[in-house]
Design a protein around this ligand. Structure first.
Ligand SMILES: [Zn+2]
Length: 68
């Protein structure tokens, strides 16, 4: 059996979908974070990413596709 890796519970911002590890979103400052999210999206270059445009993402970073 592989040793279990302890993973920090990450949350996603309900306002801008950013995945954050702290208690508040660093992008928009919102504290409306949800642990119930799905779809991990890493945006490197938002200007050339169709999905980033669809989600109105203008900053590179890690995002959740769906936040409930
Ligand atoms: Zn946010």
């Amino acid at each position: 059996m592989a040793p279990a890796r302890k993973k920090k519970q990450m949350k996603a911002c309900q306002s801008c979908h950013k995945v954050v590890e702290g208690e508040a979103c660093m992008t928009c400052g919102s504290t409306n974070l949800s642990e119930d999210w799905a779809g991990y999206l890493i945006v490197v270059d938002p200007r050339h990413s169709g999905i980033a445009k669809q989600m109105n993402i203008d900053m590179p970073g890690r995002y959740a596709l769906k936040v409930r």
